[in-house]
Design a protein around this ligand. Structure first.
Ligand code: ME8
Length: 536
């Protein structure tokens, strides 16, 4: 039978290997991984791409500082980044490096095509450039302008806080201005293209309405980049080079096999941090349109993960590395925390107190104890065997059944709308409801009775608890990669049977043997000790 699964293509930004990646970059990658795992579990044919953005002045300068050549430097960094994604169990289907031969070749082909069709022309550039952001700025876009005593501009600061320098050189330009009206119209006719929607207004008001300027797309003052085929003293601007990764990774313009491109393009979700929404919703769609290609369905710009209130940065010394968290608290704690801490479209913050509290309350108490109590009671009251699930036996069953059904529906809805944190909150409503159900049904009382009706009720309560944990374990599986397997195994269920398709509370296989003694899936943490440790 032909493969008729619907496809789903999701991408992370490709990160600069200019320093060790921190939990900010890990957030985007884990968020995309969550969506990729969710869609796979819903029966989609998923392609999940991540990678590294290895050219440009920033990398050249970094390598120079370390007295090495850029290629050796990025080779080492790319290896570390791949190792990090392995540690975080990122399920990407491909890792692209912009120094890969096929990508460099494709960038040359694409540049040449745009040049030949008249979208790129040669001119002179004079303006302000931030190396850290690899971004050009007009005077009015800067956060601060520095002037000499005669009022002449001599420098300035970009909104990111990085200094800009004057660039004056011959450059090829891309005719952005030609496409401004087309882009505005595209936004209007495709309201889901930029999410959250308020970021669209920001693009329109701050960048497009004031007049979209042609973009300098080559540099001549350094060499670490893809040379223009017809004029090799120019290297392609790092952002034009980098954005193309999303299509070259699928084989577009590579002279190789482009089956993946035909199958997966256009992307469904391209996730980026808010500071690079501009590149992905102005330049990227215009490049694609000029190439006659379709645009991604959605570019999603998430907020920043702040350290308390501050943007995480190495110079501020407030960086937390994912390796530390995984080593001390396990991968699930990191993945859960990051997805939970970042509200839809807004900034989120990492605080040691909040991290320890979430691990203790949400994971160890609410979820971990629920599993422990359930396994212990099934051993005690049902000889360790999962009873058959029957709906509506006790007076409390209907409410739990309804909450489970609502949780599943709402969770799917939140996931499809990219509200990952809300999807987790939805699951925890069921966790709380199930804990409350234990108090309401008081199984220890039912166990004292010799009445056959009470014995039946007790079996039903145990079945409902196990069924609810099966649903919870399934729903958290895109986010957490260990706990769901533990939950299934402790309940005697096959972890391989875990699926999100048509998930129902009532689908509990009866007669399975739970483990004789459960083990806590999340150990409780000592708040004072761990906060001290995390504050380093
Ligand atoms: O911009 N909170 O790469 P980059 C949340 N190479 N997300 C964060 C974060 C934080 N504190 N810090 C970083 C580049 N990120 C270009 C991209 S794509 C064609 C080229 C995440 O290494 C977030 O996704 O500076 C942000 O957009 C990205 O890392 C920036 O990574």
């Amino acid at each position: 039978m032909a493969d008729t699964k619907p496809t789903y293509y999701i991408t992370t930004p490709i990160y600069y290997p200019s320093g060790k990646l921190h939990i900010g970059n890990s957030y985007t990658t884990i968020a995309c991984d969550t969506l990729a795992r969710y869609k796979r579990a819903m029966g989609y044919d998923v392609f999940f791409l991540t990678g590294t953005d290895e050219h440009g002045l920033k990398i050249e300068e970094k390598a120079e500082k370390l007295h090495t050549d850029p290629k050796s430097y990025v080779d080492g960094m790319a290896k570390d980044i791949k190792a990090l994604w392995k540690l975080l169990e990122i399920s990407n289907d491909k890792f692209i490096r912009t120094t890969d031969d096929y990508h460099e070749h494709a960038v040359q082909v694409i540049f040449d095509r745009l040049l030949k069709q008249g979208d790129i022309y040669l001119g002179d550039y004079e303006g302000w450039y931030s190396v850290d952001d690899e971004e050009y700025f007009t005077e009015t876009q800067l956060a601060q302008v520095d002037r000499d005593e005669n009022g002449k501009m001599i420098g300035g600061t970009a909104p990111s806080g990085h200094k800009v320098e004057l660039v004056k050189e011959q450059s090829y330009f891309f005719k952005m201005s030609k496409y401004a009206d087309w882009l505005l119209n595209y936004y209007q006719t495709h309201p889901n293209f930029i999410q959250p929607a308020n970021r669209m207004n920001e693009m329109v008001n701050n960048f497009i309405k004031p007049g979209l300027e042609d973009l300098a797309v080559t540099r001549t003052s350094f060499t670490w980049g893809v040379p223009v085929k017809t004029d090799p003293k120019h290297v392609v601007y790092v952002w034009l080079d980098a954005l193309m990764n999303y299509i070259t990774a699928l084989g577009y313009a590579t002279d190789g096999d482009d089956q993946l491109f035909k199958k997966y393009w256009p992307a469904n979700v391209q996730m980026v941090g808010k500071e690079i929404v501009r590149f992905h919703t102005i330049y990227w769609p215009i490049f694609l349109h000029a190439l006659g290609l379709e645009l991604p369905e959605t570019v999603f710009g998430h907020g920043w993960l702040l350290m308390s209130d501050d943007k995480m940065s190495k110079s501020k010394g407030n960086v937390i590395y994912p390796e530390t968290i995984v080593e001390h608290y396990g991968l699930d704690a990191l993945r859960y925390y990051l997805i939970k801490a970042m509200p839809y479209g807004n900034d989120g913050s990492f605080t040691p107190e909040d991290f320890v509290a979430k691990v203790n309350y949400d994971l160890a108490n609410d979820l971990g104890n629920l599993l422990n109590r359930t396994v212990a009671m099934i051993n005690k009251y049902e000889a360790g065997k999962l009873p058959e699930f029957k709906a509506g036996v006790t007076e409390f069953d209907a409410d739990l059944e309804q909450t489970a059904a609502e949780t599943i529906t709402n969770y799917n809805d939140w996931m499809d709308k990219l509200h990952l944190s809300d999807a987790l909150s939805e699951i925890w409503k069921l966790v709380s409801r199930t804990n409350k159900y234990i108090d309401e049904t008081a199984p220890w009382q039912l166990a004292k009775s010799d009445d056959a009706a009470d014995t039946e009720k007790l079996a039903s309560v145990m079945a409902h608890l196990a069924a609810s944990l099966r649903v919870i374990g399934s729903l958290i599986s895109p986010v957490m990669t260990h706990a769901p397997k533990e939950i299934f195994t402790q309940l005697g269920l096959d972890p391989e049977s875990l699926s999100l398709i048509d998930l129902k509370l009532s689908d509990l296989p009866a007669g399975k043997q739970v483990v004789a003694k459960g083990t806590p899936i999340f150990p409780r943490l000592d708040m004072a000790k761990e906060v001290d440790f995390l504050k380093g």
